[in-house]
Ligand binder design. Structure first.
Ligand code: ADP
Ligand code: MG
Length: 156
């Protein structure tokens, strides 16, 4: 399966990569599910912000630390930004009606996906972000054909 490895020099680089993922969604007319891994402050929310803005959202992008999910209704697309850091029990996701969030017209960015293991939809891409001195390194690994399309697009 395809993967991409890149050094992100600064916050702008991280935002730009998120934006390019939004371009890919419009190019293929296909949503995807991304699992975001990385320590606190790695840049998971920053990358998601680039994506959400690239999909056409103009306001603030806040971290859904207490609400678990922040929905964005963007024309034909629904974007869901999850932060499961504070999720105590994966069953809570069932009560939220989690399955409805994963559809043909949705894009899901999920921080701390391991907290929802067994209940979340499978990832099309896994995104690993790590501290590299003051910069970040990112690895994007395709897990499905849809994920491969995305990774190939990001390499262009
Ligand atoms: P997370 O959601 O992973 O906890 P955030 O995105 O909330 O992390 O915060 C990341 C922090 O790191 C922000 O302060 C942002 O400005 C900074 N940052 C993001 N990308 C980079 C980068 N490529 N290089 C250096 N700093 C970055
Ligand atoms: Mg975050």
């Amino acid at each position: 399966m395809a993967n991409l490895h890149r050094l992100l020099q600064d916050e702008q680089d991280t935002v730009a990569l998120g934006r390019k993922m939004a371009d890919a969604v419009k190019h293929f007319d296909q949503g995807f599910v991304a699992y975001l891994n990385g320590d606190l402050g790695a840049g998971k929310t920053t990358m998601t912000r680039g994506f959400v803005q690239g999909m056409g959202h103009e306001g603030h992008v806040k971290s859904p630390t207490y609400t678990l999910v922040e929905p964005y209704d963007l024309g034909q697309w629904q974007v869901y930004h999850f932060d499961l850091y504070r999720l105590a029990d994966p069953e809570e996701l069932e009560f939220m009606g989690i399955r409805d969030y994963f559809s043909e017209n949705s894009c899901c960015f999920i921080e701390w996906p391991e907290k929802g293991e067994g209940i979340l939809a499978n990832a099309d891409v896994t995104i690993n972000i790590a501290y590299e001195d003051t910069k970040r390194s990112v690895e994007i690994i395709a897990q499905t054909t849809r994920g491969e399309n995305l990774v190939d697009y990001l390499k262009r």
